[in-house]
Ligand binder design. Structure first.
Ligand code: URA
Length: 259
């Protein structure tokens, strides 16, 4: 029999719940007409006893944001941060991903780009922005004479989430919240001169709001760094008319880091 992966199995269960199937069938039929006093009374001890034992119940009590904050704070280098993220098991996206996508380009570059999350190609290869949107991103930065391997004007690239969401769905608020401590520490350790916040989900993580078409082009601050929200290259591929504004934003970025 063909095996079902984690995310497909979860989606199938979610679908059943949507349809109203919120109970498992038991082997023995339940007589719903039986009078209540004939029904077995729940054992008092079991009803009162809190679930304080080992197992999945305990996992629910773990605060993933607190665990992530502690792990991120204890990383003193980018390599330690990568290892801390690799060891972080509380984000379910990790289970469905082939690779963790940490970064690409040159650490210590003056510009750090924050994207959304890996897509299919990024998940396969383990590097951010290597698919169609990534190729446009490379062309955009080449146009201002910058690039991942540019000797004089390198860029450094990461994502809000290091694991691919299934079927490229939008990130969930709890996923962003639990990975945010790692993202903030990533920016601190990479220590760029300016941060480019690519698209709505990076804006959500770093600025606490979305609305990229209003936010783009307006300099702000993220982790004490000058930060420029820009439209995501995937959006530009779908809306070529927005490339004109993206070009203005690139020129603004180039001027800021040259100043
Ligand atoms: N889109 C992103 O935001 N990041 C990637 O790495 C690829 C596509």
């Amino acid at each position: 029999m063909e095996s079902t992966d984690f995310h497909t199995a979860k989606a199938l269960l979610d679908w059943q719940i949507e349809l109203g199937a919120d109970e498992c069938m038991s082997d023995a039929p339940i007589n719903r007409y039986e009078l209540p006093d004939k029904l077995a009374k729940p054992k008092k001890a079991a009803a009162e006893k809190p679930h304080l034992t080992r197992g999945p119940v305990d996992e629910q009590k773990i605060d993933p944001v607190a665990v992530a904050s502690q792990a991120a704070a204890s990383a003193a280098t980018l390599e330690e941060l990568r290892a801390a993220m690799q060891a972080f098991d509380l984000c379910s996206l990790k289970k469905g991903a082939r690779n963790m996508v940490f970064s690409d380009g040159m650490a210590g570059a003056p510009v750090m780009i924050i994207g959304e999350a890996p897509g299919r190609e990024e998940d396969r290869i383990g590097k951010p922005f290597v698919g169609a949107a990534g190729q446009l991103l490379d062309r955009m930065f080449a146009a201002i004479d910058m690039g991942r391997e540019h000797a004089e004007a390198p860029i450094y690239i990461t994502n809000t989430l290091p694991w691919r969401p299934p079927q490229n769905r939008d990130p969930k608020p709890e996923e962003i919240a639990m990975m945010k401590p790692f993202l903030l520490r990533h920016i601190e350790l990479a220590d760029p001169k300016a941060v480019v916040i690519m698209g709505n989900w990076a804006c959500q993580a770093l600025l606490g709001k979305r609305g990229i078409t209003r936010l783009r082009g307006i300099w702000t601050t993220a982790v004490d760094k000058p930060a420029l929200p820009m439209c995501h290259p995937a959006y530009l591929l779908r809306n070529p008319a927005a490339k004109k504004e993206a070009w203005a934003d690139l020129l603004s970025l180039r001027a800021a880091i040259t100043a």
